[in-house]
Write a protein that binds this ligand. Structure first.
Ligand code: FE2
Length: 265
């Protein structure tokens, strides 16, 4: 794991964590304890979003997610948004995440010390919620978690993915109109076009650095396809993308270490 340090004009001293996917959280926490950021922003995919076994909460079968949140909340104010792998989490799960001391931003924003901090929930989560709303009461009550959802269609084209998995961006205008410096946590960097220009800083993950990096350029990212544009680093002084804290693909990463990102103004 590496530490990456970026400058974004006007930004507070903060860290960006993403894509833990239930891997060992301790190296990241060690880094945070040393660097002491004023704010910790986590852009989702804390867990690996397969189908919940035995209808048990993934937060219980994958304990590193809550452990990371708990550890972060003791270091600095911690904000977390939801990624595609969190598609199945229900209200009880979100309450459990909040009980760690972290603030869960599920298509919501809060004020914090002159900042407005929002969390744009993954369209994968919204797709699942829309699907749940179409079930009968009997179907909904038969299991806590569904057993047919698949996330394995990451090789669909970006256009197909976007059509099926639409995020809820209705609240972004009121968020952007709030006073203060705006930070938007959005797991997906490819949602950049949805973000109002008043939002000074967007934080993202999901692309895992493009899995392999050739001459500093990622090769593939879900939602962006081959030769993705937004995989790691600072874009237009406004979007910062983390390469993430873990590898989940069945192939190794090349020239693409996992990372904790630090940002300063
Ligand atoms: Fe993701």
């Amino acid at each position: 794991m590496t530490e990456s340090f970026y400058t974004v004009p006007g930004a507070p001293h903060l860290t960006l964590l993403s894509d833990l996917h239930n891997r060992d959280y301790r190296p990241a926490v060690k880094s945070l304890q040393k660097r002491e950021p004023a704010l910790i922003c986590i852009t989702g995919d804390l867990i690996y979003g397969g189908i919940p076994e035995d209808d048990e909460s993934p937060l219980h079968t994958q304990p590193n997610a809550l452990a990371l949140l708990r550890a972060c909340a003791t270091i600095a104010p911690t904000y977390v948004s939801l990624g595609n792998h969190e598609w199945m989490l229900d209200e009880e799960d979100l309450r459990e995440m909040a009980s760690t001391g972290a603030t869960v931003l599920d298509n919501a924003w809060v004020e914090h010390d002159g900042l407005a901090i929002g969390g744009l929930t993954s369209g994968h989560v919204m797709r699942h919620r829309r699907r749940l709303s179409n079930l009968t009461d009997e179907e909904r009550n038969s299991r806590r978690y569904p057993n047919e959802e698949r996330i394995a269609d990451i090789f669909k084209s970006p256009a197909e993915m976007l059509l099926e998995r639409v995020p809820d961006d209705d609240w972004l205008m009121s968020f952007a109109a709030a006073p203060g410096y705006h930070i938007l946590l959005s797991h997906h960097p490819e949602y950049r076009h949805l973000v109002p220009k008043e939002v000074e800083l967007m934080l993202s993950g999901h692309a895992h650095g493009g899995q392999w990096r050739i001459f500093g350029h990622g090769v593939f990212a879900p939602g962006q396809g081959i030769w993705p544009k937004l995989t790691k680093g600072v874009y237009d002084d406004r979007l910062v993308v983390s390469a993430g804290l873990s590898n989940t693909a069945p192939v190794p990463r090349f020239f693409n270490p996992t990372e904790v990102v630090y940002i300063r103004g």
